[in-house]
Design a protein around this ligand. Structure first.
Ligand SMILES: CC(=O)CC(=O)SCCNC(=O)CCNC(=O)[C@H](O)C(C)(C)COP(=O)(O)OP(=O)(O)OC[C@H]1O[C@@H](n2cnc3c(N)ncnc32)[C@H](O)[C@@H]1OP(=O)(O)O
Ligand SMILES: NC(=O)C1=CN([C@@H]2O[C@H](COP(=O)(O)OP(=O)(O)OC[C@H]3O[C@@H](n4cnc5c(N)ncnc54)[C@H](O)[C@@H]3O)[C@@H](O)[C@H]2O)C=CC1
Length: 309
């Protein structure tokens, strides 16, 4: 009995130690997702470094974080707006930026990658970071569709590598999918679950399967809406209205595609189609391909109205 109690106390204190360990977070990629993850991590008291390829992009990310925080503050301090600015500044103080990932990961507990949805680019990044980061640092990818095991294969820390899949817009969406790849250790997985909870999110456990849970259902649905429109069976506007009013979705599928980014959606579907070309759910869409080729990526390029909705 005493042994069981000692074991229990030891397991509690070790999980508390693991949780306490993730204090410093490096987010790579300051786009739609990375900026949102940085905001939420900073808002929950973590020290955050946000990395991207240029100062200009980082300036845009910082502006996006500030305007999102203003929306949060407007609601939170509706009765006392004067406290809102101090709230925003306190959170912004937790975030610094850099264009040199290798140097900033030297002091980090967790790297969350949110760069372009491309296996080779993600592998190159993690391969380089693996040499620079300390032993204890956990690596996580926010990939929407790529196998975590494939991304992790460019590193020698398969046990300290997992998936942390957030949802857009990160400050509003409560879910995080925590992905345990075959090489992910239980300790790493538990740390990622704890970290998600520390961000105020609701984690669900996922296997390393295509699209995990949400995207395996959501992406074929969005693409089927495009195909329905391509067949001439409904206007984009009517399909969006139908799914909002008839199925209770907060956004219609075209609106959501614009919100997610047409480039990211294309990367996802093309990757799955390449692996499973006979699956009609993963068939590429001529309309999506055309819009991406024209540089119309949805909300992120401010052409949402001219692209899908
Ligand atoms: C591709 C992948 O790998 C995975 C994915 O992410 S798939 C995409 C998953 N996401 C979704 O499905 C999103 C579906 N949409 C929604 O849930 C909702 O439309 C939404 C939460 C985005 C917005 O809510 P809404 O009520 O429809 O619209 P809206 O009036 O703009 O927002 C309401 C309030 O939410 C808050 N809000 C919305 N977006 C925000 C943001 N980015 N930051 C902070 N606050 C925000 C604000 O308080 C806002 O009020 P204000 O406009 O006064 O600032
Ligand atoms: N858009 C969405 O709704 C969601 C996207 N994701 C995933 O998150 C990841 C990022 O997606 P978004 O934020 O939408 O993309 P985005 O295009 O908005 O941002 C990507 C950012 O990464 C930067 N970047 C590219 N290569 C880099 C490198 N080597 N080093 C540092 N920065 C680099 C780019 O400059 C850009 O700012 C993708 O893997 C995507 O599949 C996951 C959940 C939802």
């Amino acid at each position: 009995m005493a042994f069981v109690t000692r074991q229990f106390i030891r397991s509690l204190s070790s999980s508390a130690a693991l949780h306490a360990a993730i204090k410093h977070v490096t987010i790579i990629g300051g786009g739609l997702m990375g900026a949102g993850i940085a905001q939420v991590a900073a808002s929950t008291g973590h020290s955050v470094v946000l990395v991207d390829t240029s100062e200009d992009i980082l300036k845009k990310s910082a502006k996006g974080i500030e305007s999102s925080l203003k929306r949060v503050a407007k609601k939170k301090f509706a009765e006392k707006p004067e406290d809102g600015e101090a709230f925003i500044q306190k959170i912004l103080k937790n975030i610094s930026t850099s264009t040199d990932a290798a140097s900033v990961v030297q002091g980090t507990d967790l790297v969350v990658e949110a760069i372009v949805e491309n296996l080779k680019v993600k592998q190159d990044l993690f391969g380089a970071l693996d040499k620079a980061a300390p032993e204890h640092t956990i690596f996580a990818s926010n990939t929407s569709s790529l196998p975590i095991a494939d991304i992790a294969s460019s590193t020698a820390r398969l046990d300290r590598f997992g998936g942390l899949h957030f949802f857009n817009p990160v400050p509003m969406m409560k879910l995080v999918e925590v992905i345990k790849a075959p090489g992910t250790s239980q300790q790493t997985f538990d740390s990622l679950l704890e970290f998600s909870k520390a961000l105020g999110k609701h984690p669900v456990s996922c296997k390393d399967t295509p699209g995990f849970i949400v995207n395996r259902l959501l992406v074929p649905y969005m693409l089927e809406a495009v195909r329905l429109h391509e067949r001439g069976h409904g206007s984009k506007e009517d399909i969006d209205v139908a799914m909002k009013l008839g199925a209770g979705y907060p956004m219609g599928p075209f609106e959501l595609l614009d919100y997610v980014g047409l480039d990211t959606s294309k990367f996802i579907i093309d990757g799955w189609h390449e692996k499973d070309p006979d699956n009609p759910l993963f068939a590429p869409s001529p309309l999506l391909n055309k819009l991406v080729a024209e540089g119309k990526l949805g909300k992120k390029t401010d052409v949402a109205v001219s692209s899908f909705i």
